[in-house]
Each structure stands twice: as structure tokens, then as C-alpha cells.
Design a binder for this molecule. Structure first.
Ligand code: ATP
Ligand code: BTN
Length: 322
């Protein structure tokens, strides 16, 4: 880890309690001047954290942080887990190491400088506020089964949230997680595999937990778990462990039995079932009512032409009025 990252992470472990810490006390703890501390605090703010400075009292985080704990995650998980607090992208990290990894290996981060969504779009990843998690999965069935898999992971994520008492979370085909028509999480499946052989997949999810209202760099309605139930503090470690287990279980089931067992589970959670939507496919737009998904993971749209299935990574679904 770079030394300047180590210093900033040390500072954050002190500030995480949400109390005031004077520049002088922090300087003594880290063996550096108050001016050096001030410089590092500025750097930390570039990771998307709001820190107040009040004359005579010192520095305070806008909200306390509940940091991920690699030792706990490793001890309580069936998977091998790596926590890399500051990273470009957890998906990219695993893609770069596919040859060295065991299927099921997980990478988590506290901050991503280049978190990404589909088609190169940016995934906003402020430090410590959300969950950024990727898992490597070797799918022997090959690339053709990858589309269904990306739906399966979304189902498993919502079911994991339900098992923690978080209700009302839905899915948008193919793999966004919604709450009250706003984006709560996004899933990105990337692959590196030769046609015909096993598919080497990296499944990444960004799940908003405590993100602040002021993040207006996101150009669509979004939400975070703390807006669903602000009374219950969220244990991010527990959440990560529950999600990992749920993914592993669902992926194994998918490998053994395929998509059929997931169709009804998807339909129960589909945010747009029974609603009029449009599908954007490059320059083409198709309108219809969502009636479900099929055994390949395609979305079924009912229109004047009957019911048709649409499948493919380049398709985006939108409500008709957006
Ligand atoms: P599609 O239906 O094509 O997937 P999308 O607009 O959801 O459309 P994605 O590529 O899936 O696009 O996701 C990236 C988009 O998500 C960004 O363009 C931004 O609008 C939004 N976004 C970025 N960061 C966050 C975040 N932390 N929380 C919620 N939404 C975000
Ligand atoms: C989307 O909605 O398009 C998907 C967003 C996926 C974001 C996650 S965060 C962890 C992983 N690393 C990335 O760079 N992207 C995914």
C-alpha cells in the first residue's frame, strides 16, 4: 500500500468515531506536523468524505464510519476475501488476476477512484459510505449462460437484504436494484473467456448504504439503505458477509439447475412487472408492458404484436415517461 494511503487510513481510523480530533493530537499520534495533517485531510476529502474543521476543536467527520474489517470477513466467510481499502475498481482488480484466483474469491474496497457501471459509465464510490464488492466466478457452462447469471445475482442480493429485515427492494431488468423507483445498487458482470470454454466472470456490485444527499453528480434518482430505515444502524461487515453467502448459494444453484427455478423469484421482485416501459437498443426503441422473464433471462414485453422476449447486454429498460 502507498505510504500516503496508509497515513490517510490511519487518520480515518481515528476520525471514524465521529468525534472532534485536534490537529495537534492527530499530529502527535502520527508523528507529523499539524500542517502535514491538514494536507492529508484535504486529500481524504478527495475520496468523497465530508470533514468539518472548527477552530479550537479540530476535525470531525460529517458522520461516523463503520469500517470493513478484513480479519472478521475472512474468519466468517466461506470465500477467500481481500479488502483493499483504496482501489481503482474492484472489478478491474479481479479481471487483472483471473489466472491466479479460485472461483468465489471476493474483493472489497472502501473507495474506488474509477468505479464503473455499464458501457463505461461512472459509479460514484465515496469512501466508507457504501459497499463495493466483486466476486470472481468460473462458469463451466460458458458465455451463453452468463446473461441469466447476471439476473440470478440480483435476485440473491435482494433476498439477502430481505433476510436482514430490509423489505420493499426490487429489481430492474437486467441488473439494477431499486427501492421506490430509485436506484439503490447496480450490478456489473464482466467476462474474460474464450468462446466455447468456461466463462471467467467478475460480478461487481455497488450498494448505497449511507451516501449523503448532496451527491448531485449522479444524473438519475438514487437512494441508499439509510433512507429506507434510518433507525437501524447497518453493520457493513454483516451485510457484506450475507451478500457473499447469498451469491455463492445462488450461483451454485444456477450451475446445477439453470434459470427455471429463478424465474418466479425474479417475477416477485420485478419493479416494472405490469408497467409500461420502453427498451432502448441503440437507435431502436420498443414499447410494451413487462410481463416477466423467460428461461434465458430475457425480458418479456407484451405489445400489439404479442409477447416477445428481448435479450442482450446492450439493452436498457426505462419507464415510458422517462
Ligand atoms: P442501464 O439501464 O443502461 O443499465 P443506467 O443509467 O442505470 O442504465 P448504468 O451503467 O447501469 O446506467 O449505471 C451507471 C449510472 O448509475 C451512472 O450513469 C449514474 O447515473 C448512476 N450512478 C453512479 N453512481 C451511482 C451510485 N453510487 N448510486 C446510484 N446510481 C449511481
Ligand atoms: C451499474 O449499475 O451499471 C453497475 C454498477 C456496478 C458498480 C460496482 S462497484 C463494485 C464493482 N467495481 C466497479 O468498478 N463496478 C462494480
Amino acid at each position: 500500500m502507498r505510504k500516503e494511503h496508509r497515513v490517510k487510513l490511519h487518520l480515518l481510523s481515528k476520525l471514524a468515531d465521529g468525534d472532534f480530533h485536534s490537529g495537534e493530537a492527530l499530529g502527535q499520534e502520527l508523528g507529523m506536523s499539524r500542517a502535514a495533517i491538514a494536507k492529508h485531510i484535504n486529500g481524504i476529502q478527495e475520496w468523497g468524505l465530508d470533514i468539518y474543521r472548527i477552530q479550537g476543536r479540530g476535525y470531525q467527520l460529517a458522520q461516523p464510519l463503520y469500517l470493513l474489517d478484513e480479519a472478521r470477513l475472512q474468519a466468517q466467510s466461506m470465500a477467500s476475501v481481500e479488502l483493499i481499502p483504496v482501489i481503482d475498481s474492484t472489478n478491474q482488480y479481479l479481471l487483472n488476476r483471473i489466472g491466479e484466483l479460485e472461483s468465489g474469491h471476493v474483493c472489497l474496497a472502501e473507495y474506488q477512484s474509477q468505479g464503473r457501471g455499464r458501457r463505461g459509465r461512472q459509479w460514484f464510490s465515496p469512501f466508507g459510505a457504501n459497499l463495493y464488492m466483486s466476486m470472481y466466478w468460473k462458469l463451466d457452462a460458458g458465455m451463453a449462460a452468463a446473461m441469466g447469471l447476471s439476473l440470478v445475482v440480483g435476485i440473491a442480493a435482494v433476498e439477502a437484504l430481505e433476510s436482514l429485515g430490509i423489505q420493499g427492494v426490487k429489481l430492474k431488468w437486467p441488473n439494477d436494484v431499486y427501492y421506490q423507483d430509485k436506484k439503490l445498487a447496480g450490478i456489473l458482470v464482466e467476462m474474460s473467456g474464450q468462446a466455447g470454454g468456461a466463462a471467467h466472470l467478475v460480478i461487481g456490485m455497488g450498494l448505497n448504504i449511507l451516501m449523503q444527499e448532496s451527491k448531485d453528480s449522479i444524473d438519475q434518482p438514487w437512494t441508499a439503505l439509510n433512507q429506507i430505515d434510518s433507525a437501524t444502524p447497518i453493520d457493513r461487515n454483516q451485510l457484506a458477509l450475507t451478500l457473499m453467502r447469498s451469491w455463492q448459494q445462488a450461483l451454485k444453484e444456477y450451475e446445477l439447475c439453470g434459470m427455471p427455478g429463478f424465474v418466479e423469484r425474479w417475477n416477485r421482485l420485478d419493479n416494472f412487472r405490469g408497467r409500461q416501459v420502453k427498451l432502448l437498443m441503440g437507435a431502436r426503441e420498443v414499447y410494451g408492458e413487462v410481463v416477466g422473464i423467460d428461461n434465458q433471462g430475457g425480458v418479456l414485453l407484451s405489445s400489439a404484436n404479442g409477447v416477445q422476449s428481448y435479450l442482450g447486454g446492450e439493452i436498457s429498460l426505462r419507464p415510458v415517461d422517462k
